[in-house]
Design a protein around this ligand. Structure first.
Ligand code: ADP
Ligand code: MG
Length: 741
């Protein structure tokens, strides 16, 4: 029996999923797999684990496991459920990549999907668990997809062995056909339980025009107008990334300082004058059928006069919120510290209006209470990866219609709301209906290696909810063969190509060792070879830095003010100076950007990895902390595979000797061998676009060494690179020189 506090109990009863408890539990009793879908905020994540707990699914030896694609959600949901159930975090716990609070008493365990995948490697039958819930399946994260595929096999196996197990797949939007109408996945389609959320109508307002560039500025204007003109209610702004989130937060807060802090009298008056007119008395259109700019005056950005539309309407005369009330501005994004994240769930200070500026996190993973207005930039930032050339880029693209409607829905949780889309309805009409599954947009060599380690040899036959392309699978197997992780298939003349498509190379002992390192196979290979010449500690530091990526602060950003601009210039100069120092001298120089990374990691650790050191030297503190954790984790993993090396993290790591640098370069080459580029000789340059360009195996166009690279001045003939990023040009990142034979 669960002993909940009365106020918790009361809040739970309002959640739509509570009405379905019986239906859900009956379906779970009678079926091995069940799909539950319902609007975000209907209570799936917080309540379903409690239903299962109360029905006794954790009372035997098995426990309840819930996977989340985001670390944020795993941590915050475990705390929430512990609190709701009045149980200690010893019982309702979480485990994410580097940390957790799981104990022997744990009965409900929230974890990231990657954590569960690792557990499957240790115990394929997952015997610790009586139920697994795969949450946020609609996000279609790669690990989630693989887990569903694996569990579709594990569940029947468990039943056959007489130790039954249940699988619940929970999803927000309604596109569940990938899971249910997929014979390869579930031969008998699992029942789908729909939870009807009490969703209030949300009126959607489109912009007449679509700002192509400064959508953050547009979001700023819109938020200010909402605050100035519309009745109380929280505002949630969707932007694309952490940098924009911070920049908008700063701008909005700056506006506040111009306002007087509210007196209590003032607050009292505000409460008195709460809207008597119903702003929602508009025709309540379904979320996706809003009419352009018709309803509220603030839909139109063309001139300030249109702001007055709302005032022209006599019934709206009293609606205007008092703009002297400060906005209580909070950022929200995945990498934000948990204490900061938790703030969005607490009521804003009295006499303020809540304004959360968020990335996609707020779309489905976290439900923020009290939101009445949503401002949607309509974009999303995604990493793109070219399957053929391996070129990566971060691109801001339009989101999907499903995703835009999710965002709009956030405004209708507690009362009718409004969503302001910073783009026109015509543009919305061109959005794709759904977002693509992540697995189709990224290289899959890490997954293929993990699956081979699970003895799934024919990866092409794996029951993916959405399969990666055959091309991507073949490319992955080829790379793994070249790294020595898989055994070369027998070459058979002309039908070779045909065979390739159905590759099923078995894993090698080296491959098994590589699979035990939680990094990309290329880097795992470097770790596996790092034993030589006492290089291991350097290889570990380097691999950690290459895995975390983006360790240097982005100082190319535009500066808002003059003051900011001179600060930026200073910091750029400082970072350049430090890069030069970290690049070392003599032989070290040839290790290039990788030496710079190594130097940065070493120096930062030496200084105790403080925010100040990072701030002063142009390093991203978050990245450095992550590198520190990953170094620890990799060190443990290496010791586990190969105890005799007894490697440890030395906070006072000295720079590698010349001899070690030579070894390091060889080790790097074994992982990046296919990322080789050769400088085009001056005499061969016919087309000026090839000046200082490098030729790679896979691309027709030149790639370049970035001006900030340690090798920009040297331009060695042969280099290997970590990746190619397309920004202003095709630039190689993480460049290191290779000696010609
Ligand atoms: P779903 O998984 O269906 O999207 P959730 O179970 O996450 O729904 O959320 C149910 C309700 O619990 C929401 O109204 C949400 O605001 C509330 N809630 C979730 N986490 C917290 C928290 N940490 N503090 C307060 N309320 C929370
Ligand atoms: Mg949820």
């Amino acid at each position: 029996p669960v002993d909940r506090l009365p106020e918790i109990q009361e809040a739970r009863l309002k959640l739509p999923v509570l009405a379905e408890e019986q239906v859900i539990m009956e379906a779970v009793r009678e079926n091995p797999c069940v799909v539950i879908c319902g609007e975000t905020g209907s209570g799936k994540t917080t309540q379903v684990p409690q239903f299962l707990y109360e029905a006794g699914y954790a009372s035997g030896s098995g426990i309840i496991g819930i996977t989340e694609p985001r670390r944020v959600a795993a941590v915050s949901m475990s705390h929430r459920v512990a609190k709701e159930m009045n149980l200690s975090t010893r019982v309702v716990s979480y485990q994410i990549r580097y940390e957790g609070n799981v104990t022997d008493d744990t009965k409900i365990k929230f974890m990231t999907d990657g954590v569960l995948l690792k557990e499957i490697q240790k115990d394929f039958l997952l015997q610790r668990y009586s139920v697994i819930i795969i949450d946020e399946a609609h996000e279609r994260s790669v690990y989630t997809d693989i887990l569903i595929g694996l569990l579709s096999r594990i569940v029947p196996l468990r039943n056959k062995k007489g130790i039954p197990m249940k699988l619940l797949v929970m999803s927000a939007t309604l596109r569940v056909e990938d899971f249910t109408d997929n014979q390869k996945l579930f031969r008998t389609p699992p029942p789908v339980i729909k939870v009807d959320a009490r969703q209030f109508p949300v009126t959607v307002h489109f912009n007449k025009r679509t700002p192509l560039e400064d959508f953050t500025g547009e979001a700023f204007q819109k938020t200010c107008k909402i605050h100035r003109m519309l009745p109380p209610g929280g505002i949630l702004v969707f932007l694309t990334g952490q940098a924009e989130v911070h920049s908008l937060c700063r701008r909005l807060r700056k506006c506040n300082t111009k306002l007087k802090p509210p007196s209590f009298m003032h607050v009292y008056l505000c409460l008195q004058s709460l809207p008597r007119i119903d702003l929602d008395n508009y025709s309540a259109l379904p979320v996706d059928e809003g009419d352009e700019d018709r309803e509220a005056g603030i839909g139109d950005e063309e001139d300030e006069a249109s702001d007055l539309d709302i005032g022209d309407d006599p019934s709206n005369a009293e609606v205007k919120a008092d703009p002297s009330i400060p906005l209580y501005v909070l950022p929200l994004y995945s990498l934000l510290a948990p204490e900061q994240q938790a703030k969005v769930f607490r009521p804003p200070p009295p006499g303020t209006r809540l304004c959360v500026v968020a990335t996609n996190v707020a779309e489905t993973s976290l439900t923020i209470p009290g939101i009445k207005y949503v401002v949607d930039c309509g974009r999303v930032k995604k990493r793109f990866y070219d399957r053929v050339t391996g070129v990566s880029s971060f691109k801001i693209t339009w989101t999907s219609q499903a995703s835009a409607n999710q965002r709009a829905g956030r405004a209708g949780r507690t009362e009718p709301g409004h969503c302001y889309r910073l783009y026109s309805s015509a543009v919305f009409g061109d959005f794709s209906l759904f977002s693509e599954a992540e697995i189709t947009r990224r290289p899959v060599e890490d997954l293929v290696l993990q699956m081979k380690d699970l003895n799934i040899d024919k990866v092409v036959n794996f029951p993916f909810p959405t399969s990666p392309s055959a091309e991507a699978l073949v490319a992955a197997e080829q790379l793994l063969v070249s790294l020595g992780a898989l055994k070369e298939p027998p070459q058979t003349g002309r039908i070779k190509e045909l065979k390739r498509a159905k590759l099923s190379c078995p894993i090698t002992p080296l491959g098994r060792a590589m699979a035990s390192f939680p990094v990309a196979p290329r880097y795992a290979k470097m770790l596996a070879l790092g034993k030589q010449q006492d290089c291991l500690q350097y290889v570990i530091a380097l691999v950690a830095a290459m895995t975390v990526r983006e360790i240097f602060e982005d100082l190319d950003r535009p500066a808002g003010t003059e003051d900011e601009s001179s600060k930026l210039t200073q910091r750029r100069a400082r970072l350049t100076q430090m890069r030069r120092l970290w690049a070392g001298q003599g032989a070290s120089l040839l290790l290039g950007d990788l030496m710079v990374m190594l130097g940065a990691v070493g120096a930062c650790e030496f200084a105790g990895c403080t925010p100040k050191f990072c701030e002063d030297n142009g390093l991203r503190y978050k990245a450095m902390v992550e590198i520190r954790r990953l170094r620890g984790q990799l060190t443990n993993a290496v010791n586990a595979v190969c105890p005799e090396v007894a490697v440890f993290v030395d906070p006072k790591m000295t720079p590698p000797t010349e001899h070690q640098v030579v070894c390091l370069r060889q080790i790097v080459l074994t992982g990046l061998g296919d990322h080789l580029a050769r400088r085009v000789q001056v005499e061969d340059v016919l087309d000026p676009k090839w000046k200082n360009g490098y030729k790679t195996a896979l691309m027709d166009d030149p790639v370049f060494i970035h001006p900030t690279s340690a090798l920009f001045k040297t331009l060695p003939e042969f280099v290997v690179y970590q990746e190619i990023m397309e920004t202003a040009k095709m630039y190689m990142r993480g460049v290191s020189a290779v000696e010609a034979e």
